[in-house]
Design a protein around this ligand. Structure first.
Ligand SMILES: [Zn+2]
Length: 331
């Protein structure tokens, strides 16, 4: 999707919200007019006050007349609120309840894009990127700690702590304050499963989340950089804009000078902007240093580190399915 199409799609969503809020307000007005007869008189009065504004002629009395009308309308509004309360409705029942009070679901405040529009653009851009990703979402509920049962006690309780920390991260998520997680451990120990469970909770809450393997993201960036592909070069911007960026499988991508510098740009920009990120890797810190150098390593090590223990769960699952026919568990 091109930038203009994403903008149009975001505006569509916001317009839908505005229409829904307005329809709801009309529905409530009809309801009140049917249930409270006095409201009909009051509503008529309010409307005639509004109409009289248009009939004011220019002249020296204009300002004074406007003040009078404003006073009348405030009085009528106040009476309506009291009437609603007296009949068991909330006093703001007839107000239009917009999703965004800053722009009344118009997308703009004083000619500038409202934060709600910017957010919707980030959400749609992330949806577009995630549609290309090979990863599909997981849930905490389908993560089974029993695959870690035969680990030594300390390692098993470490995995319980990791699981609890991931849930907490998802529950308390704040795009600007949650900080970064660096998940380290061998393949098939649950890193991808838990980070995609976090993604799933946050997407549900309306945050913009991008999840992909580092290799696939670098491939896209490289295409845009060297071949000017039709994706029109917005990937980097989208990666930097989203609320949470999940980089899976860090360390398996091609190690070229382009990929190093692109990775550094992404990590560095997000960390400097204080924006949340989760990075999964099966490399040790010395391996990261060897492949990517000190700059990338030191940026990564500023994250909260979660160590994953265990034997490859995918192998275990296949094994236990073969014996019991059971499904589910962690990958
Ligand atoms: Zn807004």
């Amino acid at each position: 999707m091109l930038r203009e199409q994403i903008f149009a799609a975001a505006m569509n969503r916001i317009e839908d919200r505005r229409l829904r809020a307005q329809h709801e307000q009309e529905r409530r007005t009809d309801e009140i007019m049917q249930k409270i007869p006095e409201a009909v008189t009051l509503e008529r009065q309010l409307r005639s006050v509004c109409l009289s504004v248009m009939q004011i002629a220019d002249g020296e009395k204009r300002a004074e007349r406007l003040r009078q009308i404003q006073k009348q309308s405030e009085d009528a509004n106040g009476m309506m609120r009291k009437l609603l309360l007296a009949n068991g409705f909330p006093e703001d029942y007839l107000d239009t309840h917009y999703s965004c009070e800053n722009c009344s679901d118009s997308g703009f405040v004083n000619g500038e894009r409202c934060a709600c529009l910017q957010h919707e653009i980030a959400v749609i851009s992330a949806e577009q990127m995630n549609a290309r990703s090979r990863l599909s979402l997981c849930s905490f509920e389908s993560f089974s700690l029993r695959y870690y049962d035969d680990l030594p006690k300390e390692e098993r309780s470490a995995m319980q702590r990791v699981f609890g920390r991931c849930r907490q991260y998802a529950e308390e998520f704040d795009p600007a304050g949650s900080g970064n997680l660096l998940m380290i451990g061998g393949t098939g120990l649950g890193k991808t499963h838990l980070s995609l469970s976090i993604a799933s909770v946050l997407l549900e809450k309306g945050f913009s989340v991008i999840y992909d393997s580092v290799g696939s993201l670098l491939h896209t960036l490289e295409q845009e950089h060297f071949h000017h592909s039709e994706a029109s070069g917005d990937t980097l911007e989208t990666l930097l804009d989203c609320d949470l960026l999940i980089l899976d499988d860090f360390g398996t991508e091609f190690d070229t000078s382009f990929s190093r510098s692109a990775l550094y740009t992404v990590l560095n920009s997000r960390i400097n902007a204080g924006k949340a990120m989760i990075v999964n890797t099966n490399l040790s810190s010395s391996e990261i240093q060897e492949s990517y150098g000190d700059r990338i390593l030191s940026r990564l090590l500023s994250s909260e580190i979660l160590l994953f223990y265990g034997k490859d769960i995918r192998l275990k699952k296949r094994h236990s399915r073969a014996h019991t026919g059971s499904t589910g568990g962690a990958t």
